[in-house]
Design a protein around this ligand. Structure first.
Ligand code: ZN
Length: 111
């Protein structure tokens, strides 16, 4: 289940996750006050301090389904460091590996 997987991913890679959360805050991608307050608490104190209710808000209203995605092509996880790019910059929802393959294929079409 994606939700439980996401929670484990946050807990197992807190530093990388926090770097992504900082990107979301910095570029004004968090619109809801309650979600923003919880994200700021995670940035400050780490994710293991959250109550069950805060986890519910963070996962269900904060990150899922729009701010945390898995690769559209291989369904592998996208590294935290690539999440912002996949959702907001490239907007392809691809992991770096698949992006590389797809773009190479497209380049070949133009040869
Ligand atoms: Zn992929």
């Amino acid at each position: 289940m994606l939700r439980e997987k996401l929670k484990q991913k946050i807990l197992s890679e807190p530093t990388k996750c926090i770097a992504y959360l900082k990107e979301l805050v910095k570029f004004n991608r968090i619109y809801e006050g309650e979600v923003l307050a919880i994200i700021m608490a995670v940035i400050k104190n780490g994710p293991d301090q959250l109550t069950n209710r805060q986890w519910d808000v963070l996962l269900d209203k904060g990150l899922l389904p729009d701010l945390y995605v898995e690769c559209d092509r291989c369904e592998d996880t996208i590294p935290w460091s690539e999440m912002y790019r996949a959702i907001f910059i490239a907007r392809d929802y691809f992991c770096p590996f698949c992006r590389c393959i797809v773009y190479k294929k497209n380049e070949r079409l133009l040869d």
